[in-house]
Design a protein around this ligand. Structure first.
Ligand SMILES: [Zn+2]
Length: 447
């Protein structure tokens, strides 16, 4: 009874209050998790002869376009035109907000590798703060999923680095892809460790275009350069089980759990079939009552492939749908260099299946839930495109911590249909409409 009354009497949070909560949570995540952010921006090499705005103001302006989930430079320009928005932005972040065209001018000349290095430094500080330690596999390895995704497509040659393909109907498209390495956790974080743009070298023969496999070699070198001592377990899809990838993992002292599809590694499969014929696989069962799922895990060790031994793991997931009592079984198969035993096979297979989060929490969120990854924030400059991409990754990282904070989770609970994307619209509305009051800020901070 009492609980019921409390719920009834509880006032719903207003739109302005929601916007305010998000602004302050963004500020507190930056202060707590990324305290060096603005200093690092300030230290970026600035090649401009004359500068009305500091380099930190320019880069912060671009970062906040993504943090606010603005869907285009035009939308950002319109918000910036609003005097209250610009004023509140300055009062909250102590930086002026340049015109998006001014920002774009700098994005076209800033070396993308500088923002890439800065990004790695920010992620590195998360490891130092040990905030991600509980997500480690076997108490040691961070899951790092690797996968490529499309960024932009054009009906004309956009730059010398464009990849190109011609359909069987003779239609040619030009496009850009990126290969990502994202740290994945079972709680749903997908934090970009490093990115490698899949693109052609100017003047090179288009017959020998860049591709995901070639880009992985470069991406692996980057991960090692930025995170030399990080214990990593690579998760990858059926494109990746091959000798080159296994060797790179071995050389870097990384572990791996890679999806095996029919047709991958023929001799490995033959060996597995042979062993299954003469020795029984080890089996472990698990039941998940809430999702009406039964899982059967199997493994085999010491399977030789190209002079090295690996393990084979499978997981059969058997689900009963309550609505129509329909039953469905899905099978997941992996190759791993982690020797299996009955006490780790469940974590290994479940870990392998986390790879999927790079597509959902990673690419899908960045494309469809406000970040507009496929939008051409710069139509003509490949350099600017890469700089916006790095800043989008930083913005998504900051926002993930904001979205997982208790007050944001509470807001989402309060309005069951309120999506995170809609909440961020309240944030922009708040900055546009609520005159800032020093007094309010002091009350908030003291609370
Ligand atoms: Zn291009």
């Amino acid at each position: 009874m009492c609980f019921f009354l409390l719920r009834e009497q509880r006032r719903k949070t207003t739109a302005a209050e929601k916007g305010k909560i998000i602004v302050y949570r963004i500020k507190s995540v930056i202060a707590k998790r990324f305290p060096e952010l603005f200093n690092l921006f300030n230290e970026l090499e600035d090649s401009r002869k004359r500068a009305g705005y500091s380099i930190a103001e320019i880069v912060t302006g671009a970062l906040f376009m993504h943090l606010f989930k603005e869907e285009s430079r035009n939308a950002y320009t319109n918000d910036r035109r609003d005097a209250i928005f610009a004023k509140n932005y300055y009062r909250h972040f102590k930086l002026r907000l340049p015109h998006p065209d001014t920002i774009d001018g700098v994005m076209r000349v800033l070396k993308p590798e500088l923002l890439e290095g800065l990004r790695a430094e920010l992620v590195g500080s998360l490891f130092e703060q040990k905030v991600l330690r509980s997500s480690r596999f076997l108490g040691k390895y961070y899951f790092v999923a690797v996968d490529a995704t499309g960024m932009h497509t054009f009906d004309h040659k956009h730059c010398d680095q464009c990849l190109t393909r011609t359909s069987k109907h003779g239609v040619t498209t030009w496009f850009h892809y990126v290969l990502e390495a994202k740290l994945i956790t079972s709680s749903g974080l997908a934090i970009s460790l490093a990115s490698e743009f899949i693109e052609n070298q100017p003047g090179r023969d288009y017959e020998k275009q860049d591709c995901e496999q070639k880009a992985f070699v470069r991406l692996a070198a980057k991960i090692k350069k930025y995170f030399p001592r990080l214990s990593i377990c690579i998760l990858a899809d059926g494109l990746y089980p091959n000798k080159t990838i296994f060797n790179i993992c071995r050389d870097n002292n990384w572990r791996f759990i890679i999806t095996l599809k029919d047709g991958n590694l023929k001799t490995f499969h033959q060996e597995v079939e042979l062993l299954r014929g003469i020795q029984k696989e080890q089996e472990v069962y698990r039941a998940d009552k809430t999702s009406h799922t039964k899982l059967k895990y199997k493994y085999l060790n010491d399977i030789e492939y190209e002079e090295y031994n690996y393990s084979w793991v499978s997981c059969d997931e058997h689900k009963t749908r309550l609505s129509d009592k329909m039953e469905e079984t899905q099978r997941f198969v992996f190759i791993t260099d982690i020797e299996q035993a009955s006490d780790i096979v469940v974590n290994t297979a479940d870990g392998g299946r986390l790879r999927w989060k790079i597509e959902n929490e990673g690419f899908n969120t960045q494309k469809n839930l406000g970040y507009e990854l496929e939008h051409k924030f710069s139509r003509v400059s490949n350099i600017a495109m890469q700089n916006y991409y790095h800043l989008l990754q930083i913005a998504h990282m900051i926002n993930q911590f904001v979205e997982k904070s208790s007050d944001l989770l509470e807001l989402l609970n309060e309005h069951s249909k309120q999506t995170i994307k809609a909440l961020w619209k309240e944030l922009v509305m708040y900055l546009k409409s609520i005159p800032y009051s020093q007094e309010q800020l002091l009350i908030f901070l003291s609370g």
